[in-house]
Design a binder for this molecule. Structure first.
Ligand code: AMP
Ligand code: MG
Length: 352
């Protein structure tokens, strides 16, 4: 299949003619990758099971890992769900459009092929103008997981999407680099207490301000356990991982962290391996072995979320064998950053 690449001239002043062909592809059951404010999504008609099947095939994604349906206005929610619980209504009012996905009991309209066989449906209203207008023009809810090969770091630029999806999908809309850089926060509002299934840019602190107590699914905090069936089925799969062996070094004292990373990097370099180091602007000058990359500024954690997946992908391009990374605080946006980093590392964390 030939993948058509369409460059969006000015996302803030998007013209319908630029999106007409993409909307048509989605309506007739094809696949279009498009920018959102979180990461690039791989879109298809969420009400068409054959189209959903194409998403799973293009990503190499297990078919029990459900898809998020994206909408462009509040009126598009009601037909997809059998009920809008109070917590869901309040969270949607507070944070839509934006980087928050809500899990509702599904209506009969949503096929099981999109929900991985579940009786719930995950819905998000993105704020990115290209995403929003594309969904409106398509006239259907758009199922859109991240537009990467399953398991790899999520794409934050059209080039990342091209690397993974060229030849496998109909079209890529290039709207430039995304803003946030990590996937949406997911909250299950289908039960009596809201449950956080995936941390993102709408933080725990923000959620609790809107709806009071929010529980945290245990699968967020640690490695998958055999006896725990995660609520977000995607949690059980290896995620976000670079090809190289990624290890996090965590400690209260930055000096001890720097010294351990330097020690590990020297050891592997001496053995002839390609080594990468993930650090921050604050510590960039302190490392002496391997390819050293700053992921952003510790003092501005949104810069770290923004660059994280691009840095992991760069180490794939460099064919790095071992990657050592500093760790971050788990507060606010740090919860999302550390969730992605620890998963990418297969929970390999060294404490110093
Ligand atoms: P991605 O498509 O890569 O952004 O990942 C979507 C995430 O949403 C996966 O972890 C899914 O398991 C989760 N998800 C989608 N639908 C549901 C649902 N109905 N219930 C729980 N989690 C869901
Ligand atoms: Mg994904």
């Amino acid at each position: 299949m030939e993948t058509k690449l369409i460059k969006i001239k000015d996302s803030a002043n998007i013209k319908d003619v630029e999106l007409a062909e993409a909307a048509e592809v989605i309506r007739r059951g094809g696949l279009v990758a498009f920018p959102t404010e979180t990461v690039y999504g791989l879109g298809a008609n969420a009400l068409n099971e054959d189209a959903a099947r194409k998403i799973y095939a293009a990503k190499g994604r297990p078919s029990d890992n459900p898809l998020i349906a994206h909408i462009s206005s509040m009126e598009e929610l009601a037909p997809l769900v059998s009920e809008i619980p109070e917590a869901g209504r309040r969270l949607a009012e507070a944070y839509w459009p934006g980087p928050l996905t809500l899990v509702f009991p599904k209506s009969g309209l949503v096929p099981y092929g999109t929900t991985g066989g579940l009786d719930t449906v995950a819905v998000r209203m993105p704020s990115d103008p290209v995403a929003s207008r594309l969904i409106a023009l398509a006239g259907v809810p758009v199922a859109a997981p991240s537009a990467n090969t399953s398991g790899r770091p999520s794409p934050t630029t059209a080039r990342h999407v091209w690397q993974d999806m060229n030849g496998r999908i109909d079209m890529i809309l290039d709207g430039g680099p995304v803003g946030i850089g990590v996937e949406s926060t997911i909250v299950d509002v289908s039960g009596s207490v809201p449950v956080l299934l995936r941390p993102g840019a709408v933080t725990m602190e923000m959620l609790e301000k809107t709806v009071g107590h929010v529980e945290i699914d245990p699968a967020i905090q640690g490695p998958p356990r055999e006896d725990l069936r995660p609520k977000a089925p995607g949690m059980k799969y290896r995620h976000y991982a670079p090809h190289g062996d990624l290890v996090l070094v965590e400690g209260a004292g930055m000096e001890a962290v720097i010294s351990r990373i330097n020690g590990l990097a020297k050891e592997k370099t001496d053995q002839g391996f390609r080594v990468g180091i993930i650090c921050t602007d604050e510590t960039m000058g302190r490392y002496r072995w391997g390819q050293v990359r700053s992921v952003g500024m510790r003092a501005k954690e949104e810069t770290i979320a923004h660059n994280l997946f691009a840095v992991l992908r760069e180490f794939d391009d460099l064919k790095t064998d071992y990657i050592y990374s500093e760790s971050f605080s788990r507060e606010h946006l740090g919860q999302a950053i550390m969730n992605r980093l620890t998963k990418a590392a297969g929970y390999h964390v060294i404490r110093v």
